[in-house]
Design a binder for this molecule. Structure first.
Ligand code: MV4
Length: 449
């Protein structure tokens, strides 16, 4: 049993972890930058340590300072949250060297999924379906052109060190292959210090459906069903739901088995997410695996009625999981409320929250670290709250979300609330008939309409 957990993160996820720790009788240590001195995670933790100035690289990404905070407070485990150091294998390794349990997978499990070619090769061996493409790295332009012809256009070039859409290039015909090829390599080199590229068949108008999995230290892996994450803008998710309106019982069985296989083949320890692309014929392909808790974990918590942070802590403490899968008992939708102006190309809108009323009532959950008077710093991501609604059916859930969005009042900064209100009225969204390109043609219009 952990006595004290340090949370190497900020914002709503730090608060989320503190809440479960309190319920489990575990003491907590918050770390914070000077920009976050007034943040709720600092106030709600049992102890708090300032780890540096606002810039992430000097605070939430500064491993020596975080380890020093863990040592002086005598923490026996570190929860990394999401973002920052959550998928940094070196950090997980250093935690081990200090005798501090990293709440998450092992460094080698993180590494095996961090390199996308390694991940794909591992999945092929395990029998998980992947998108047809090059057999690993492609280094030579002529070879690449030959492969693209074999695979058939359109193709997509991806960086092995990438992920989340960074450094991807779609090529529709051979005439501009060379240009896209060199751009992809340059971009990958500049962003990741690694110009390794691989090629895949481009799947048109796919859905992004991901499976939540959990694995214990004894090799048992289960799934907790799927989340539909196709509604995103420039690779930033804005809304997630579970179950996916595109899912069938048959497809869930097949994808669930594949997700478990993905976890089992690396003896995955902790909670994780297996991302799939799904085409209109319901063919599915492994895309990436995220070796962390995700922003959208509450939709799964709401539909399977399980605390995923508690699962992480229990797995890290060496508890066994039952091995049975969890299926949706309800419908849940999450709207990400960001301090951004949806009428101005989602431009960040940091500043002081002058007044705040969060939605309440039956089936409504708000995960947030902000309050009236809080100043949103400009240094970090702009998400200020997650509004999660739960109901028996998707229709009722959308109706509840419309009501909850009307109640959510933020004064002082612009937010994505008007976007979500508009989306809830959209016929395509309401019918469940959408794919990852949906927001490319979604118009916000005029704020006064
Ligand atoms: C693809 C694809 C189509 N075909 N791969 C985007 C994020 C990164 N994880 C992989 N991505 C994609 N890979 C093939 N072979 C389309 C995307 C994609 C996408 C995927 C999920 C969610 C949103 C997306 C938006 C644009 C492109």
């Amino acid at each position: 049993m952990f006595n004290k957990v340090l949370i190497a993160n900020r914002g709503e996820i730090a608060l989320r972890v503190i809440r479960t720790c309190r319920e489990m009788g575990i003491k907590t240590v918050a770390v914070f930058s000077t920009a976050d001195a007034d943040s709720l995670h600092v106030r709600f933790a049992d102890e708090a340590v300032c780890i540096g100035p606002p810039a992430s690289k000097d605070s939430y990404l500064n491993i020596p300072r975080i380890m020093a905070a863990a040592e002086i407070t005598n923490a026996d485990a570190i929860h990394p949250g999401y973002g920052f150091l959550a998928e940094n294998a070196d950090f997980a390794e250093i935690c081990g060297e200090y005798g501090i349990k990293f709440i998450g997978p092992t460094p080698s499990q993180i590494k095996s999924m961090g390199d996308k070619i390694t991940a794909k090769t591992t999945m092929i061996k395990a029998g998980v379906p992947v998108v047809p493409g090059s057999d690993g790295l492609v280094t030579d332009l002529k070879h690449a052109l030959g492969l693209a012809k074999e695979i058939g256009y359109p193709v997509i070039l991806k960086a092995t060190a990438g992920g989340g859409g960074k450094g991807m290039r779609i090529v529709h015909d051979p005439s501009n292959f060379e240009e896209q090829w060199s751009r992809a390599r340059q971009e990958a080199k500049a962003s990741f210090g690694n110009d390794g590229i691989y090629i895949e068949k481009y799947i048109e108008e796919p859905r992004h459906i991901e499976f939540q999995i959990a694995g214990d230290q004894f090799g048992t892996v289960c799934h907790l069903s799927e989340r539909e994450c196709s509604i995103q803008r420039r690779h930033q998710k804005l809304i997630e739901e579970s179950p996916s309106p595109f899912m069938t019982d048959e497809l869930r069985e097949k994808m669930g088995k594949a997700a478990i296989l993905a976890g089992e083949c690396i003896h995955y320890e902790g909670v994780g997410t297996v991302e799939f692309l799904v085409d209109k014929y319901r063919n599915f392909y492994f895309m990436e695996m995220n070796t962390r808790i995700q922003v959208e974990h509450p939709v799964t918590e709401e539909v399977v009625d399980h605390d995923l942070i508690k699962e992480q802590l229990k797995i890290a403490m060496g508890e066994k999981i039952s091995g049975k899968n969890y299926y949706p008992q309800m419908h849940a939708i999450e709207c990400r409320i960001n301090a951004e102006d949806p009428f101005k190309d989602f431009r960040p809108s940091p500043g002081k929250i002058l007044s705040l009323h969060t939605s309440k009532g039956h089936g409504v959950r708000v995960d947030t670290h902000v309050y009236a008077g809080y100043v949103i710093p400009p240094f970090y991501d702009s998400m200020i709250a997650k509004l999660i609604c739960r109901a028996r059916t998707r229709e009722e859930c959308i109706t509840k979300m419309e009501r909850a969005l009307e109640e959510f009042i933020v004064e002082g900064v612009k937010t994505t609330i008007p976007f979500h209100k508009k989306l809830m009225k959209d016929e395509k969204f309401r019918s469940g008939d959408f794919h990852t390109g949906f927001l490319n043609t979604f118009e916000m219009g005029n704020p006064d309409e």
